[in-house]
Design a protein. Structure first.
Lengths: 149, 106, 255
């Protein structure tokens, strides 16, 4: 309740700048980027655990962790994770590839988020399987377009 | 001279999943930042980082300007045999880096 | 209201013991950061500021212009400097003025390593400063406003209570009267200097307290004093006495 009121006030105060930022950085078509990677195959929704704060205090460094439960055996494994931020100036954030010696499909890092947006994770699994999830994140101080003092 | 820190458990049992943590000092310049005189600082990020252990690549990260400055990565490898976990990377300028830590597997 | 009471109290005290306005309860910077930022500061491996500590250690052991190393006097791990950062800013006899830790390191480089000095916010000075401050991590700030530091302390105190900039605000209006409340979606801290040098997410690098103070001046649309200037050293001295007893956190992490 308190948080919603605070967000409402913050939105009011920052309303004009958020709109301007969203105009400067419209959401790009992550679907097309995903299709290019999957070769047109439609990924199954779900099956990926994404850890992202609901509000990122500073878009310059947002803690991010992705986990896909998997036996990581030769027959049944995750081969790669692709991360997209639809409103970043460059939507493809990173691709993580797991070799045969990888114990888990589990990566933690810190990403940059320009503005409030959806983060998309595409997992490629053995046997031509694909999975996809999306997570919304609010960002109070923008990366990429906001110069710090 | 950029530096990096690599954390690998000193010892492990064969077959055990061990966590590897890495922190590389690198500005990961987006190309959108401007100097005081208005000139854009050119883009320069660690674009490819590869982890080798037991003679093969166990993990690879292809990164862009969407990864935060001073990139941090944590991932998991299977402890197989005693040896070195070696991390190598290259940035857009072509500058290379390398850091390694030994692991004793019983 | 609180600020008025504090000011009135100061007038009454007059030329008595130098007592800064201390918020109650005293809360260090991390209390006003998000859980993620707090966790990052507490993680000695992942805290990006520790990269600067590591580089600072290398510089500490590297030869200066005359072949001497900081480590020659202060120990390979800087053992002799444990606790030093808790006492700055303080008056330096040779310089004839109050100086902060960065100024003292610069003076040491000139005096004992034959150096030409270390520029403010340069990698060289920041890395050394972060390394030396880190040696005092966990130790309570114990800066004295008395004696030869008194003049600078009063100057810092006066600056702390003076309205500045187009927004016409004094430090006290936010950091005494409104700490804990939100400003532009961020909680206002009590303005303590204990976390510095800090890795600031906004800068994506480690920066000094003076860089952060300059950002404060920018925030109220005031002219920014130079890093290392008398005003900022005096203000830092006042802030340090205001934060007396809080532990040094360097390298801090801030948003």
């Amino acid at each position: 309740m308190k948080r919603r009121a605070f967000l409402g006030t913050a939105a009011l105060l920052g309303a004009s700048s958020v709109t301007r930022a969203q105009k400067l950085l419209p959401a790009q078509d992550v679907g097309a980027l995903v299709a290019r990677i999957t070769g047109g195959a439609v990924p199954e929704r779900g099956g990926i655990e994404v850890e992202l704060p609901p509000i990122a205090e500073n878009g310059n460094s947002v803690p991010f962790r992705v986990r896909v439960p998997s036996p990581m055996s030769a027959a049944d494994r995750v081969t790669a994770l692709h991360v997209f931020a639809e409103r970043n100036p460059r939507p493809l954030v990173a691709a993580f590839h797991f070799g045969p010696g990888a114990a888990k499909a589990d990566v933690a890092t810190r990403i940059r988020l320009a503005v409030e947006q959806k983060v998309t994770v595409l997992a490629s699994l053995s046997g031509g399987r694909w999975r996809l999830v999306e997570r919304p994140v609010l960002v109070t101080a923008a990366a990429c377009i906001d110069e710090g003092v | 001279m950029a530096i990096a820190r690599l954390q690998v458990p000193a010892t492990a049992r064969a077959g055990e999943a061990v966590e590897v943590r890495l922190l590389v000092q690198h500005p990961m310049e987006t190309g959108f930042r401007r100097e005081a005189d208005g000139r854009a600082v050119p883009m320069n990020v660690v674009n490819r980082l590869s982890v080798t252990y037991g003679g093969e690549e166990v993990f690879r990260a292809e990164m862009g300007s969407g990864i935060a400055a001073n990139p941090y990565l944590a991932f998991w490898i299977v402890a197989k045999s005693s040896g070195e976990v070696v991390v190598e990377w290259v940035d857009d300028k072509g500058d290379k880096g390398r850091v390694a830590q030994p692991i004793a597997v019983s | 209201m609180r600020a008025f009471a504090v000011l009135a109290g100061l007038v009454v005290l007059g030329a008595a013991a130098a007592e800064p306005s201390r918020p109650s309860p005293l809360k260090p910077g991390p209390d006003f950061q998000s859980a993620d930022v707090r966790a990052l500061q507490a993680d000695d491996f992942a805290n990006p500021g520790m990269l600067w500590v590591a580089k600072g250690r290398d510089r500490f052991r590297a030869k200066g212009a005359n072949g001497r190393r900081c480590a020659d006097c202060h120990g390979e791990e800087g053992e002799a400097l444990r606790g030093a950062a808790t006492r700055f800013p303080k008056h330096d006899g040779a310089l004839g003025r109050v100086t902060d830790l960065a100024g003292r390191i610069d003076a040491c480089d000139r005096r004992h390593r034959g150096g030409a000095g270390l520029a403010r916010e340069s990698d060289a000075l920041l890395e050394l400063e972060t390394f030396v401050a880190n040696l005092s991590r966990g130790m309570a700030l114990a800066v004295s406003p008395e004696g030869s530091a008194r003049g600078a302390w009063e100057k810092g105190r006066d600056l702390y209570f003076t309205r500045i900039g187009q927004l016409n605000l004094a430090c006290t209006h936010c950091h005494d009267a409104r700490w804990g409340r939100t400003l532009l979606a961020e909680p206002i801290s009590q303005g303590h200097p204990t976390g510095w040098p800090a890795y600031r997410l906004e800068w994506q690098a480690v920066g000094s307290l003076h860089r952060r103070l300059r950002a404060c001046f920018f925030g109220v649309r005031a002219e920014q004093p130079a890093a290392g200037s008398d005003e900022l050293v005096a203000l830092e001295l006042y802030l340090a006495t205001r934060a007396k007893g809080l532990p040094v956190e360097a390298p801090g992490v801030r948003r």
